[in-house]
Design a protein around this ligand. Structure first.
Ligand SMILES: C[S@@+](CC[C@H](N)C(=O)[O-])C[C@H]1O[C@@H](n2cnc3c(N)ncnc32)[C@H](O)[C@@H]1O
Length: 412
């Protein structure tokens, strides 16, 4: 039987606590799907997660000796998930002391000046300069040309991102997906940065050692969009994933400081543009597409004729952007999956004001239209609280809204 996708208390600590992120699903859920599918899987099978987020699918596949490919458009999440690789443990344990000494020597010696004005509102310029020099020192010391997100350097960058949040005094707000700005007054000597970095390095290495035994599979992560992946046609044996929510959750905004530090303002904007579920409007399109199915087009018509302010202006474009991204991603899944392979997707329903948006059913209709031979709901959990409840205004439209989370299975 498929387990609930809801995370347990245990899954809030260890490697799950590294990143500023909450939308991960449960390891037990992934494990239960692997058990159900075990008869079809071999050591050479490829399991794909096209919205890999914090990397839960990859962690569980590795623990089961299976190979996983993860995709995420968000470079900071790609770095965090890539660093959860069992294969880097031996080198981390044997070489990290000397590598760290060289990285800090480089960073402290550097006199290079960088334009970090894009971080001015969040971090003090002297602090940003030190963190940027540290990032450049990591890149210079460990740089390798690979298409995939290289796991060894990713671990060093993950430690930098964790340390950065800690040192800048970041406090989370009521909505974890919005980045809460802290006054940019940090004035820290390099010695403090180094101390915190080294402490985090040791504790994150401990977390990694704790979750992996020796017999593990591989985990390859790509920074790419789910609508166009570097995965070969008909090569994937199983998909386990959860698509972005449709509840005004903006994954790029939640990692704003990380993305700005890693890639600057231009990269941040481009990631936002390609993030499914972004709250920014990048397309003026207002009508649906017949191939998205009856339910999806009914929701679009209902929003288009809603009387409230901004329905036809902002919200319709926002939902169309989302549905377009979902449909394109399902097409891509169809391309990369082997015939008869299954895809398991965890999806929550949502509402636009009083209009229900039965998202799991919409995905199933889209999948059927694309050519998947089966689209069924394997599990439903009624949710007591969801991210949708953060928007208290939405409650005024309908008192008895029911939120649920489905596991749907699509068979090619
Ligand atoms: C619901 S989360 C996945 C959570 C994941 N199952 C876990 O355990 O952490 C959705 C992820 O989709 C990513 N995402 C959004 N748009 C994307 C796109 N176009 N291509 C790839 N990933 C995307 C977000 O960055 C986010 O990490």
């Amino acid at each position: 039987m498929i387990s609930s996708a809801k995370r347990t208390a245990y899954e809030k600590g260890s490697v799950h606590s590294w990143h500023p992120y909450y939308a991960g699903y449960s390891e037990f859920f992934v494990d239960s799907v692997l058990k159900i599918e075990s008869g079809r899987l071999t050591q050479n099978s490829i399991i794909l997660d096209p919205w890999v987020g914090s990397g839960t699918t990859g962690v569980v596949c590795q623990k089961n000796g299976l190979n996983c490919v993860g995709i995420d458009v968000n470079s900071s999440m790609a770095i965090f998930s890539a660093s959860k690789s069992s294969k880097i443990l031996p080198k981390l344990k044997s070489e990290s002391t000397s590598i760290l000494n060289r990285i800090f020597a480089r960073a402290k010696k550097s006199r290079k000046v960088y334009d970090t004005s894009h971080l001015d509102e969040i971090m003090s310029s002297s602090f940003t300069l030190k963190m940027t020099r540290l990032l450049v020192a990591i890149e210079d010391e460990l740089h390798t040309e690979t298409l995939r997100v290289e796991p060894f350097i990713s671990f060093f960058k993950s430690v930098l991102l964790v340390s950065n949040r800690q040192l800048m005094g970041y406090k989370s707000g009521s909505n974890p997906t919005w980045f809460k700005k802290t006054p940019p007054t940090q004035c820290l000597p390099f010695a403090t940065i180094e101390k915190v970095y080294r402490q985090n390095f040791d504790s994150m290495l401990y977390d990694l050692e704790e979750i992996f035994s020796l017999n593990t599979g591989s985990f390859s992560v790509y920074e790419s969009s789910s609508v166009s992946t570097p995965v070969a046609d008909n090569s994937v044996d199983l998909v386990i994933t959860s698509p972005p929510y449709l509840t005004r959750i903006d994954y790029a905004v939640s990692t704003q400081v990380e993305l700005l530090l890693l890639g600057g303002a231009k990269k941040y904007r481009s990631i936002r543009e390609n993030t499914i579920g972004t709250t920014t409007i990048f397309s003026q399109r207002k009508c649906g597409d017949r191939s998205w199915g009856k339910l999806c087009n009914e929701v679009i018509s209902a929003i288009n004729s809603h009387s409230s302010y901004s329905s036809q202006d902002y919200y319709i474009k926002n939902k169309i952007q989302y549905f377009d991204g979902s449909y394109q991603s399902l097409l891509e899944l169809y391309r990369v999956m082997k015939v008869e392979a299954n895809a398991y997707l965890v999806i929550q329903n949502s509402y636009y004001k009083e209009i229900p948006i039965p998202l799991p059913e919409i995905y199933m209709q889209m999948a059927k239209a694309i050519g998947f031979s089966e689209a069924v709901c394997e599990r439903r959990d009624i949710l007591k609280s969801t991210m949708a409840h953060i928007n208290v205004k939405s409650k005024r439209y309908e008192k008895n809204k029911i939120y649920y989370e489905d596991v749907i299975r699509l068979k090619k």
